[in-house]
Design a protein around this ligand. Structure first.
Ligand code: AMP
Ligand code: MG
Length: 315
């Protein structure tokens, strides 16, 4: 009598082949769930972060930049090693910049409220020698500052030779909040774009490298972050009712940011628009852009005194 394949008198073969079929099915299901393990493509290209730099000729339309972008990375864990590598590059290059004592780097951070300026500073500059790095946070100007030209308070905080300074808000506030809130008339803020370009050009000519980051979040992401500040007792101190008043002006701020970025992204002091809804991706792109900028400056330790090989340190 013919027996069907897989059956036997004691049923062992049937059970074995049933198990094999189940295993095959499980593998198939897993493949469908994770198709990247099935399709072997050539590896994705190296990240190309200069594409976030705003070309002075082309400008940028903020509405067309996806704040959710994170390339091929899905979660924080995926970039942990890479972020460490970029931080190490910054540390090493900063030490050289400091030792060289000829040039400096000014990093400008701007964003909508909750956009992540503080988090970026914390996440990117970990481990940098504090002696060579300083953060300046700019709030509403004091009476004394208002008695001077708008660049006065910023100019005095520009990095000296060997230093990296981070501006947490900057001279750009004087064409952002000042414009949106109508703190001065247009005849006053409009010419400031040109004044800023000349200021930054003069700094560049005296050895100050300048890079500027706009951390681009969506309005929905701002809502989530404000809600999280309200919900978390440790974050409540960060919540300001003023943020809600500013949020109503979201569209006006977007226009003001876009105009400022387009008027002032120059070959010598470029703006970068960074997708910033995912904090870890934002940190990676900012860190790598700073490391690349420092590397392009190619800072060198000064030459040692001649004849050191013969030096003996006395007892
Ligand atoms: P925060 O960064 O959250 O501590 O807030 C600082 C506040 O200072 C923000 O509301 C800014 O709009 C405001 N601010 C910063 N620079 C200026 C400026 N030049 N003129 C007016 N307000 C400013
Ligand atoms: Mg605030």
């Amino acid at each position: 009598m013919a027996t069907k394949r897989g059956s036997s008198r004691d049923g062992t073969t049937t059970r074995r082949s049933a198990r094999a079929a189940a295993d095959r099915k499980a593998v198939q299901t897993a493949k469908i769930a994770a198709p990247e393990h099935v399709v072997v493509e050539s590896p994705p290209p190296d990240p190309d972060y200069p594409r976030f730099r705003v070309d002075p000729e082309l400008g940028v339309r903020l509405a067309t930049v996806d704040p959710d972008e994170s390339e091929r990375y899905a979660k924080k864990k995926d970039i942990a090693d890479e972020l460490d590598r970029q931080r190490k590059r910054i540390r090493e290059l900063q030490a050289r910049l400091y030792g060289e004592h000829q040039r400096s780097l000014l990093i400008v951070l701007q964003a909508m409220d909750t956009g992540g300026k503080d988090g970026t500073i914390k996440g990117v500059f970990q481990g940098v020698n504090p002696q060579g790095c300083q953060v300046w946070s700019f709030k509403a100007p004091s009476a004394e500052e208002l008695d001077h030209d708008f660049l006065w308070r910023y100019h005095s905080r520009v990095p000296g030779k060997g230093m990296i300074h981070i501006f947490n808000r900057s001279h750009y506030e004087d064409v952002l909040v000042v414009r949106v809130k109508g703190l001065v008339p247009e005849t006053v803020w409009r010419p400031r774009y040109e004044a800023i370009n000349q200021f930054e050009y003069a700094l560049t000519m005296s050895g100050v490298g300048i890079i500027k980051f706009y951390l681009h979040i969506s309005k929905a992401e701002q809502k989530r972050r404000l809600e999280s500040r309200l919900a978390n007792p440790d974050k409540r101190w960060k919540f300001s009712s003023n943020d809600l008043k500013e949020r109503v002006l979201w569209d006006d701020y977007q226009v003001a940011f876009e105009d400022a970025i387009n008027a002032c992204s120059t070959p010598y002091a470029p703006w970068y628009v960074i997708p910033a809804n995912k904090k870890w991706y934002r940190n990676l792109v900012v860190a790598r852009t700073i490391a690349d900028t420092l590397e392009a400056m190619s800072p060198r330790y000064p030459a040692a005194e001649p004849g050191l090989d013969q030096v003996v340190v006395t007892d």
